[in-house]
Design a protein around this ligand. Structure first.
Ligand code: C2E
Ligand code: CA
Ligand code: CA
Ligand code: CA
Length: 279
């Protein structure tokens, strides 16, 4: 310990300073990351439970920072949301995932759904719906093959711009999923007000549901409730066979998780194998 550091040591905790520096480095690095082409997309398969058929993929962003190495989106996306860079980054994700879906269909992989994560800040931008529809058109993608994963967020409920964008996109046929269901700002009442077709149960629930815990009861209940409201259900973070079997018993529509397939980058995705079911 640095007794000689005197008072300063008490005011500037080393751990906090390291964290703050890291944040500054990340934020500074985010600006040029797009033009330097440092982002990539990884694609994780989603399967239909009844027949094990591939439903499609969720696109997940990856960033290799020149000095810090691979940085998790759970770390840099909140920073990009805070400084507004999520808008241009999100547009890149949109275009890149459209390009990938179009090239998948060239391999004969039809009727797949590409899902992307969309931040509330993107929905707030007045040009969002036009940007999405334009990107789909440019790549010849049917709106029903494209899905936006939105999180429960105050901003979505309180913003007319976001609500209008979602309704407009839904009317055009684009799919909308409520992501991370069960976490954060969450109210079942909101299920009625959002133009969604599907909910995705967060992996934190799936993680504990095969143990004797409340999570199992909650997951089963969410599935039942969603179905009664005419919504489909995706479970994410499925890692064990036991979880898969319970979800199947409860009538969950789709599954995603390490048990069935990890997120992979295009060069690792064996497009010739994708036709097969994983289970
Ligand atoms: P998310 O949307 O909830 O995505 C699921 C996360 O769980 C992904 O982490 C995925 O790699 C991971 N995962 C998938 N299967 C399993 C499993 O079986 N077990 C476990 N333990 N984890 C699993 P990832 O790729 O690190 O992404 C983290 C979060 O970052 C995402 O959570 C999403 O909120 C955000 N994110 C990722 N890509 C984008 C993007 O393009 N735009 C925006 N706005 N957010 C993104
Ligand atoms: Ca997601
Ligand atoms: Ca989640
Ligand atoms: Ca997942």
């Amino acid at each position: 310990s640095k007794e000689r550091g005197g008072n300063q040591a008490r005011f500037y905790n080393t751990e906090d300073t390291i964290q703050l520096n890291r944040r500054i480095v990340i934020e500074a690095g985010l600006r040029p990351a797009l033009s330097l082409r440092q982002f990539r997309l990884s694609y994780q398969p989603v399967y239909q439970m009844t027949d094990g058929k591939l439903r499609g993929f969720e696109a997940l962003i990856r960033w290799e920072h020149p000095e810090l190495g691979e940085i998790s989106p759970t770390e840099f996306i909140p920073i990009a949301e805070h400084n507004g860079l999520i808008v241009p980054i999100g547009e890149w994700v949109l275009r890149e995932s459209c390009r990938m879906l179009a090239s998948m269909s060239k391999y004969g992989l039809c009727n797949l759904i590409m899902s992307i994560n969309v931040s509330a800040q993107q929905l707030q931008s007045s040009t969002f719906s036009q940007t999405v529809l334009h990107a789909l058109k440019e790549h010849g993608i049917a709106p029903s093959s494209f899905e936006l994963e939105i999180k429960e967020d105050n901003m979505i409920y309180n913003s007319n711009t976001a609500a209008a964008a979602l309704s407009w996109l839904r009317a055009a046929g684009v799919r909308v999923v409520l992501d991370d269901f069960g976490t954060g700002f969450s109210s079942l009442v909101n299920l009625k007000h959002l133009p969604i077709q599907c909910i995705k149960i967060d992996k934190s629930f799936i993680k504990k549901m095969d143990l004797p815990s409340a999570e199992g009861i909650i997951v089963e209940g969410i599935i039942k409730l969603a179905h009664k409201l005419g919504l489909e259900v995706i479970a994410e973070g499925v890692e064990y066979k036991e979880q898969y079997e319970l979800l199947s018993e409860w009538g969950c529509n789709y599954v995603q998780g390490f048990l069935l397939g990890k997120p992979k980058e295009p060069d690792m995705l064996d497009l010739t194998m994708i036709r097969c079911s994983a289970y």
